[in-house]
Design a protein around this ligand. Structure first.
Ligand SMILES: NC(=O)c1ccc[n+]([C@@H]2O[C@H](COP(=O)([O-])OP(=O)(O)OC[C@H]3O[C@@H](n4cnc5c(N)ncnc54)[C@H](OP(=O)(O)O)[C@@H]3O)[C@@H](O)[C@H]2O)c1
Length: 246
């Protein structure tokens, strides 16, 4: 039987591949034989990709036009982009009552507006042949948590947007799905992992009694990138050690 999860030879673009979850995903797809393109916000973020099988592009997703031209240039070179993974994102732990417009705008721009621009640019490039989009949201787009108001709002919006695009673009043979990680050990959660007592408390509240690792997101991502998920669109996969099951 053919490997249902085969991604060998697929052209896969991952935004925010310079660190954390995006990096783990990029390295995983290289191991699985895909042609991998990864972005970071600036040249220094993607420096380490030189000499690897990941082709790096610097693109600040908050600057209109940057991610669009990266996608265009990859599409021109490869003739197709099989899978687009919108993973770049930022968080904040500023209390809602103290959050200033600048920070609100930055989070909304990075996590939502730029993700939409990326989906839109990809659709325009692939609309005659179909496509596959995987958007990174968060369990915080599904449940409430302190110090995460605006971030949670953007992640809830990513889930809703992905469902809407899945329906709007289904006739063009696009699939659009979302992955919702729980708490994962990356730079984004350093505010937890840097403080052993806080980390212990956080982990005690997770049914599996540990925070996730970037590698824990690989299974869901490979599933959605491969034909194994060919009848899945407009859905979310939660990968959270049981956090939202309680
Ligand atoms: N870690 C968690 O607990 C967790 C939980 C739920 C959901 N998520 C989501 O999973 C995704 C990845 O998170 P992570 O923990 O891996 O984050 P991370 O380690 O902080 O890495 C963030 C990535 O996004 C890129 N990025 C940030 N701002 C950007 C911009 N303006 N333009 C282009 N790229 C930008 C960064 O590039 P640079 O290196 O250039 O800055 C980096 O590659 C995010 O969407 C996040 O919201 C994470």
């Amino acid at each position: 039987m053919k490997n249902l999860f085969d991604v060998n030879g697929k052209v896969i673009v991952i935004t925010g591949a310079s660190r954390g979850i995006g990096r783990a995903i990029a390295e995983c797809f290289v191991d699985l034989g895909a042609k991998v393109y990864g972005t970071g916000s600036k040249e220094s973020s993607i420096e380490w990709m030189k000499g690897t099988d990941i082709t790096g592009y610097a693109a600040d997703c908050c600057v209109d036009g940057e991610i669009q031209s990266v996608l265009q240039s990859i599409h021109q070179k490869e003739g197709k982009i099989d899978v687009l993974i919108n993973n770049a994102g930022i968080a904040s732990n500023t209390p809602a009552s103290r959050m200033k417009d600048d920070e609100v705008n930055r989070i909304v721009e990075t996590n939502y507006i730029s993700l939409f621009r990326s989906c839109q640019a990809y659709y325009k490039l692939q609309k005659n042949v179909g496509g596959n989009i995987i958007n990174f949201a968060s369990v915080l787009g599904l449940i409430g948590s302190p110090l995460a108001g605006v971030y949670s709002g953007t992640k809830g919006a990513v889930i809703a947007l992905s469902k809407a695009l899945a329906i709007e673009w289904v006739r063009n043979d696009f699939r659009v799905n979302t992955i919702c990680p729980g708490l994962v050990e990356t730079d984004m959660t350093a505010m937890i992992t840097d403080k052993p007592l806080v980390k212990d408390q956080v982990q005690a509240a997770i049914p599996m009694k540990r925070m996730g690792l970037p590698e824990d997101l690989l299974g869901a991502t490979v599933l959605l990138a491969s034909d194994a998920s060919r009848y899945m669109t407009g859905t979310s996969i939660i990968v959270d050690g049981g956090m939202t099951a309680q």
